[in-house]
Design a protein around this ligand. Structure first.
Ligand code: MN
Length: 240
């Protein structure tokens, strides 16, 4: 349930982004509130906009094939089930442990990728972190650099496929955590729960064409395409 204050903040943020010609967070908000049938959000930039960090072919496959498959399989997983079809993506995620595995996996895949595209931006549209976010990173990790190192190490150490996250935990503190497969920290099944404000996809499909088996190299290069203004908005929204 969105409070009036959160709704106002969302509207203000959307207006600010509309002025910048940037509809990123609006896509993410739409995805959260949507119910079946789900649809693939547009990429908020051209497929080659983040090259060479993320090459165009990887982006086209990742968005057009992988994310599309999560959307299609989520629609199949809720087909014919009125109760599931009435739930928003946000509801499906929060109570993932009570739904069939196909719902958990594909709702997670749809949510995670919708979130992920909007954390990145072309060079001329990337913003800086807010003073509040820098302060919180320093409090939690010692420095922004130490945070980055910790995030990269956690992503590299996640065995198999999954995600590495920066979350606001239930105590309002920043934490680094990882999840397997397409789980995420909003899910009831997550070992460490919280609201993601940044996340990186460490499935091989996210990096293999450029980086081959060198996941740590991908994690290190990825910072160059992160839009810290988007992360800062996520941080402010997570605090409510
Ligand atoms: Mn992916």
């Amino acid at each position: 349930m969105m409070t009036r204050r959160q709704a106002t903040a969302t509207l203000l943020a959307s207006a600010a982004m509309a002025r910048l010609g940037w509809a990123g967070a609006a896509h993410a908000q739409d995805a959260d509130a949507a119910s079946a049938p789900f649809s693939l959000p547009d990429l908020p930039y051209a497929a080659d906009a983040l090259a060479p960090v993320i090459d165009a072919e990887t982006m086209e496959l990742h968005h057009g094939k992988h994310h599309q498959a999560y959307v299609d399989n989520l629609n199949k997983a809720v087909e014919g089930d009125e109760a599931l079809q009435s739930l928003t993506l946000s509801d499906l995620i929060t109570n993932a442990g009570t739904h069939p595995p196909a719902v958990r996996n594909n709702a997670g895949g749809h949510w995670n990728h919708s979130f992920f595209w909007n954390l990145m931006a072309p060079e001329d549209q990337r913003g800086e972190p807010s003073a509040e976010l820098i302060q919180a990173l320093e409090t939690a990790f010692g420095s922004v650099e130490d945070f980055r190192t910790g995030f990269e190490e956690a992503g590299a150490a996640r065995f198999g496929s999954g995600w590495v996250w920066l979350i606001v935990d239930e105590a309002g503190q920043l934490q680094i955590t990882t999840t397997p497969n397409q789980d995420n920290p909003l899910m009831d099944v997550a070992e460490v729960r919280g609201t993601p404000i940044l996340g990186n996809d460490v499935w091989e499909h996210a990096y293999y064409l450029t980086y081959r088996n060198r996941r740590p190299e991908y994690l290190g290069a990825w910072w160059d395409v992160v839009d810290w203004a988007a992360v800062s908005r996520n941080y402010a929204n997570a605090l409510g």
